[in-house]
Ligand binder design. Structure first.
Ligand code: NAD
Ligand code: DAU
Length: 353
């Protein structure tokens, strides 16, 4: 079996659901179930004995050791993290704890397990660390895209903590010979994304008749990738990636935030028209995110050249699927947008008025 951390979150759950569409290998899903983890996302797997869920914090070494001893996974795909930049600005401690300390504890538990394997299993073992393009910092409009050799320059508590975890993974390969792989991906979107992130937040606010809060001048650029394409890239890297290497994953879809919001409004105008006017009328420019990175863009040619991966979705097809999914799954949004979520929305947006 493989061990997945953070498999009740947005990308991890999409990965687990996609995995069982093409594989019958079991998954041990290790997740602490923070506000961002939702077992409701995985309810289609109820009764599937190949999906084993353990509510465990990756900082808990004893619990991890017990899971490794019982299940003896052949590989780890490590998604678990605190993932929202705005939350990292309000409360960085959880980011250092989970992203840095948690990754360290997981690496040590994995190393102990890996050391106990026979030579063939040791060579075949993989620790795949899922990271972000934000570790490379911010680009200006004229800069080339981030490549695997771009120096690290993280700017937020979130990206600094992810950079720290990337360095630990790198060191565990160089020092101990652990067979690690790292992926650095751009902004994901798709089904089951927590409604604190730009795209699901805009859809939820639009439908609720609330303002659509665009930070700063709306000209910041992100490179968008449909979550299913990210999961497919991770499967390729896990199966055929070169040990010790890093792979950039991106969608070749650079968009200004305001363009994304306009496209969402236009899709909603078509699919769920308002009685009067357009969803664009709800757009409200608000105070910027402190230290807001201007542009991210990924050069994903290494992944295409070496492993033949290319995104299947364009931004247009992926976004249409995503909007369709949110329109059909309002119950999921209502379920995850609990009291804690409402507190967060008040904290984050009150100060931006
Ligand atoms: P998410 O916030 O939706 O989910 C994170 C999951 O990790 C949740 O299920 C949560 O319960 C779990 N978790 C958090 N702390 C934990 C702990 N201490 N122990 C065990 N589980 C814990 O995040 P996501 O958007 O799905 O991102 C997954 C990974 O991909 C992260 O490592 C993130 O840095 C990376 N990434 C995300 C994006 C993106 O656009 N969302 C892009 C590139 C990389
Ligand atoms: O680049 C990969 C990263 O993408 C991941 O590593 C992170 O886990 C993920 O959260 C995402 O980070 P961003 O900060 O880019 O995503 P977010 O959805 O928070 O914001 C996208 C852009 O939209 C960003 O420029 C800020 C802006 N924004 C965001 C929100 C929530 C707004 O203008 N208004 C908002 O209300």
């Amino acid at each position: 079996m493989i061990l997945v951390t953070g498999g009740a979150g947005f990308i991890g759950a999409n990965f687990v659901l996609d995995w069982f569409r093409h594989s019958d290998e079991a998954i041990l899903n290790v997740d602490k179930l923070t506000y961002a983890g939702n077992l409701g996302t995985l309810k289609s797997l109820q009764g599937n004995s190949k999906h084993v869920f353990a509510r465990v914090d990756i900082c808990d070494r004893a619990a991890l050791d017990a899971l490794f001893a019982e299940h003896r996974p052949r590989a780890i795909v490590h998604f678990a993290a605190e993932s929202h930049v705005d939350r990292s600005i309000h409360g960085p401690v959880d980011f250092v704890q989970t992203n840095v300390i948690g990754t360290f504890v997981l690496l040590e538990a994995a190393r102990q397990h890996w050391s106990s394997l026979n030579d063939a299993d040791k060579a075949a073992f993989r620790f795949l660390h899922v990271s972000t393009d934000e570790v490379f910092g911010s680009l200006s409009a004229a800069d080339p895209q981030f490549s695997e050799t771009t120096p690290y320059a993280p700017n937020s508590p979130y990206s600094a903590s992810k950079a720290g975890s990337d360095h630990l993974v790198r060191a565990w390969h160089h020092t101990y010979g652990m067979p690690t792989l790292t992926t650095n991906c751009s902004n994901n979107y798709g089904p089951y994304q927590f409604p604190e992130k730009l795209i699901p937040l805009m859809i939820a606010n639009a439908l609720a008749g609330k303002p659509l809060p665009v930070y700063g001048d709306g000209q910041n650029v992100r490179d968008w990738l449909y979550v299913g394409d990210h999961c497919a890239a991770i499967c390729e890297v896990l199966a055929r990636g070169k040990v010790g290497e890093t792979y950039n994953v991106g969608g070749w879809n650079e968009k200004k935030n305001i363009e994304v919001v306009h496209t969402l409004c236009d899709l909603l105008d078509e699919l769920r028209p308002k009685a009067t006017g357009s969803y664009r009328d709800q757009i409200a420019y608000v105070k910027d995110r402190p230290g807001h990175d201007r542009r991210y863009a990924i050069d994903a040619r290494k992944l295409e050249r070496e492993l033949g991966w290319k995104p299947a979705e364009t931004f247009e097809t992926g976004l249409a699927k995503t909007v369709g999914w949110y329109l059909g799954n309002q119950a999921w949004v209502d379920e995850v947008a609990s009291g804690d979520y409402r507190n967060w929305v008040e904290t984050n947006y009150a100060q931006r008025a």
